[in-house]
Ligand binder design. Structure first.
Ligand code: ADP
Ligand code: MG
Length: 481
């Protein structure tokens, strides 16, 4: 950014995460995605007169889980308010939301940008219900409305205006998505709208401590788009300031076709939503004991595991980063290392052949738990040079997984056990050297790279049974004579 020195961007993000509950926030209607339009809409969802909402405890629990994981303070005295506005996809004419008492206050999320760690400060996390969906691309003349989503529980995670680049925003949203998935409170699926982000952006002269006028880019539905929208807005706002124009507070939308944004409306200063406590929902109190019980159910978080595995197992930053991308994988690794000491070798197996196997077969980690003894046998056979890593992963692993065969049995049946006998390997080495007199001459004249070719030939005639380390050693000895 050309004017990066002169201006500082300030960004605050609002993330809406759909909670992974079976039913809606205030009634039993299903929350499942992709159902027949308007099939999950009881009179409560539609707000018919005489209906009574009832709070879904699971949603409250999930919001608290996220708050505890982000080290927020949990608000014990809560109530829901009505936020009144008219919109076709809002059947009741108001949205039920938390107003002055968000369930989680403050908190932080750790991010890494270019190897530097920092925290993104949260303002709050509050509970609210989602609206329905207006669909403009089915009919050329009409807008269709699907109210299935109306009433689905959301948490809105709001940061302080404390981010300063598109890259930081990108890392933050990536981290939040990972966290909600890790906790199991939201599926994090941005394509289906389970996680959506509004980005608030302003610019100010570097060094200034007052905030500039912000614009808000609504409903960003991929992490890539969040980054692109922010990059575009920062440039655009700086352009306006440089041209001496006044920035007006606006709501904008992102156009993914050309990575630009366009204005949807100028924001009137104070929207009057006429908030008032929902008279149909009693305020609810949380006890310390209840909050503590929820805390107990929170699994070790990625950052804790990273630290632990680095210090106690000696894994690298890269390895722990990879292993904690996905909770099922981290859980599997955690379970596996309870029965092996080959910590680093187990990582290599996971990042390579195991991931590949799961990808190819569409299977998941839980199906591999019962194969841990076989994996341990494979690790042992490779460590003791009885099997080459490539035969172990490429042939034996694939041959025995899902069966109750022993690795060694399969390897023997398929002549894959490595030959460590010096006599046998020497014979193969002699044979290869005798068959390639020209290459031997070239090697002796200094073309040392040919060693690879000889090793390859020994591998070929031994059908992969010659231990490559020993082969190389013996070849070097013979060729030096
Ligand atoms: P609104 O009521 O318009 O939604 P809030 O004050 O609740 O505004 O803030 C919404 C989000 O916008 C928060 O994430 C906040 O950090 C961010 N924000 C507020 N003011 C600014 C600003 N001047 N520049 C960038 N982000 C801002
Ligand atoms: Mg807002």
């Amino acid at each position: 950014m050309a004017d990066g020195q002169k201006y500082e961007a300030v960004i605050g993000l609002e993330i809406h995460a759909q909670l992974a509950t079976e039913s809606k926030l205030f009634c039993g209607d299903a929350t499942s995605f992709g159902a027949e339009p308007n099939s999950h809409i009881s009179p409560i969802t539609l707000g018919h007169p005489g209906t009574l909402p009832k709070t879904n405890k699971k949603a409250v629990e999930y919001a608290i889980k996220m708050g505890i994981a982000c080290e927020s303070a949990i608000e014990k005295n809560n109530y829901f308010a009505r936020k009144n506005y008219f919109y076709p996809d809002l059947p009741k004419g108001y949205q039920i939301s938390q107003h002055t008492t968000p369930i989680c206050v403050g908190g932080k999320v750790a991010i890494q940008v270019n190897g530097q760690s920092s925290f993104v400060q949260l303002n709050r996390i509050h509970l609210e219900e989602d609206a329905g969906k207006s669909i403009h691309d089915i009919s050329p003349t009409d807008t269709c409305v699907d109210l299935n989503r109306a009433g689905t529980p959301l948490i809105e995670i709001v940061t302080e205006p404390c981010l300063h680049s598109a890259e930081e925003a990108f890392q933050y949203v990536t981290e939040v998505r990972k966290m909600v998935r890790w906790l199991g409170v939201c599926d994090g699926n941005m394509e289906e709208g389970s996680l959506r982000c509004d980005a608030n952006i302003s610019v100010r002269p570097t060094g200034s401590t007052t905030l500039g006028t912000k614009v808000e880019v609504k409903n960003l539905n991929s992490i890539r788009n969040i980054k692109k929208a922010i990059e575009f807005e920062i440039e655009r706002l700086i352009g306006l300031v440089e041209a001496g124009e006044t920035i007006i507070q606006q709501t904008r939308s992102f156009d993914a076709n050309n990575d630009t944004t366009f204005a949807i409306r100028d924001k009137e200063d104070a929207n009057d939503y006429r908030y008032f406590p929902d008279p149909d929902l009693a305020p609810f109190q949380l006890t310390d004991n209840y909050i503590h019980t929820i805390k107990e159910t929170i699994p070790a978080l990625p950052n804790q595991l990273k630290q632990e595995w680095k210090t106690s197992l000696g894994l690298s930053d890269y390895d722990v980063e990879q292993l904690t991308e996905n909770k099922e994988e981290a859980d599997f690794y955690g379970k596996w290392i309870a029965s092996t000491k080959h910590y680093k070798a187990a990582v290599n197996w996971i990042l390579g052949p195991i991931r590949e196997y799961l990808n190819e077969t569409g299977k998941t980690y839980p199906t591999l738990y019962e194969s841990i003894p076989q994996l341990n046998e494979l690790l042992e056979l490779v460590e003791t040079n009885q099997l080459s890593f490539s035969n172990a992963t490429g042939k034996v692993f694939k041959g025995i997984i899902g069966t109750n065969k022993k690795a060694i049995q399969f390897a023997e049946e398929h002549q894959l056990v490595q030959n460590n006998s010096t006599d046998q390997i020497s014979l193969w080495v002699e044979q290869v050297l005798a068959a390639n007199p020209d290459k031997v001459q070239e090697y002796k004249k200094g073309k040392k790279g040919l060693i690879g070719l000889f090793v390859g030939e020994v591998k070929k005639i031994s059908k992969g049974q010659a231990d490559p380390k020993m082969t190389t050693q013996l070849l070097e000895q013979k060729l030096a004579q």
